[in-house]
Design a binder for this molecule. Structure first.
Ligand code: SIN
Length: 333
């Protein structure tokens, strides 16, 4: 079982790979902790070769360097253009569970390699509104901005496609072209910490409440195709969701997709959502990733929100995202 310390952090850094046996509860699926490494193991060869590091995580086949104590880590010592061994896959998954978003540098991935990496973590998601620019790869989401752009993807804090009944578990963005003078960073915020740092009365109030998430206002007219008659997804999700792997509670409403809290008057809902958004956007809950060509960011949408900064107009920024299917959000005490 996953064990928790007083602050809600799991005491183990090892999690079941996604194809591992699952235990069902409350009609939902919990991916069980593997228990093979129920304490952090000794230093691996990568750390040994780089000397002592205070933030050494005890990984054996990769090196994980935290970006902040709260969220984000760079993963080194892996080449994603070659097939991952079981241990590297497991440790990348563990690094994602531990750090919520992980970053890789200098990965010249082809579209096939990018999709194959995503498929290691689950079935790939097809976007409900955007069409892939790449023949035979409907799973690719184009991320592109240049001097002709009127808006860019992800300019508002959000969790990807939270309007889906089963929103994506994770997203893997590979940028090939970055603005020459910098800019275009992506911010990522820790939604476990956002929940944990609310006062107890507010946490109690939110547990059991649900909110609507809708795609209509986000996607209609957005992608330059005729979407007349198209119905975009909408879904009702718990405001506090239990992460199916770590068992931790995370705040799950976002400025992009959430439209209202179910059962409240409009002004009550708007006031509570705005209070939560402002809280989530506290700078101490986030990290900011500076892209280079061929960097990758892999985030867990179940416990992370992100925000793409568009401070580089008219420069070009270009890449592909693959998105991994997820489960229906649930709350378990
Ligand atoms: C997104 O996937 O929401 C866009 C993120 C980015 O462009 O940095």
């Amino acid at each position: 079982m996953i064990e928790h310390m007083g602050n809600g952090r799991p005491t183990t850094t090892s999690y079941r790979p996604l194809d591992a046996p699952r235990a069902a509860f409350n009609g939902h699926t919990l991916l069980m902790s593997r228990g093979l490494r129920n304490t952090r193991p000794g230093k691996g060869w990568l750390e040994a070769n780089r000397g002592d590091r205070d933030d050494a995580m005890g990984y054996q086949s990769i090196e994980v360097r935290k970006v902040t104590p709260v969220i984000g880590a760079e993963v080194h010592g892996v080449d994603l253009t070659t097939p991952l061994g079981n241990q590297q896959f497991q440790e990348i998954h563990d690094a994602l569970m531990d750090n919520l978003v992980i970053f890789f540098r200098d990965q010249k991935l082809s579209v096939d390699q990018h999709a194959d990496f995503g498929r290691k973590f689950g079935k790939l998601h097809i976007h409900p509104a955007s069409r892939s620019p790449i023949e035979g790869h409907p799973e690719i989401l184009l991320i592109k901005a240049d001097e002709t752009s009127k808006r860019v993807a992800g300019e508002v804090w959000h969790s990807d496609v939270s309007c889906d009944i089963e929103p994506p578990m994770g997203s893997i963005l590979h940028l090939q072209v970055v603005p020459p003078d910098g800019g275009g960073d992506t911010m990522f915020a820790n939604m476990y910490r956002a929940y944990e740092t609310l006062s107890e009365p507010i946490r109690k109030m939110l547990v059991g409440m649900t909110a609507m998430h809708e795609g209509e206002h986000v996607y209609r007219g957005r992608y330059g195709v005729n979407d007349e008659g198209k119905v975009f997804p909408k879904a009702e999700h718990p405001i506090v969701r239990t992460h199916p792997v770590t068992g931790r509670q995370a705040l799950y409403v976002n400025r992009g997709f959430t439209t209202r809290i179910v059962g409240l008057k409009r002004n009550e809902s708007a006031a509570i959502l705005e209070m939560l958004y402002q809280h989530m956007e506290t700078p101490e809950l986030s990290c900011r990733f500076k892209w280079q060509a061929n960097s990758i960011a892999f985030w867990d949408n179940r416990c992370v929100q992100h925000h793409a900064l568009w401070d580089y107009y008219p420069s070009k920024r270009y890449g592909h995202r693959v998105t991994i299917c997820g489960d229906k959000p649930f709350y378990r005490a």
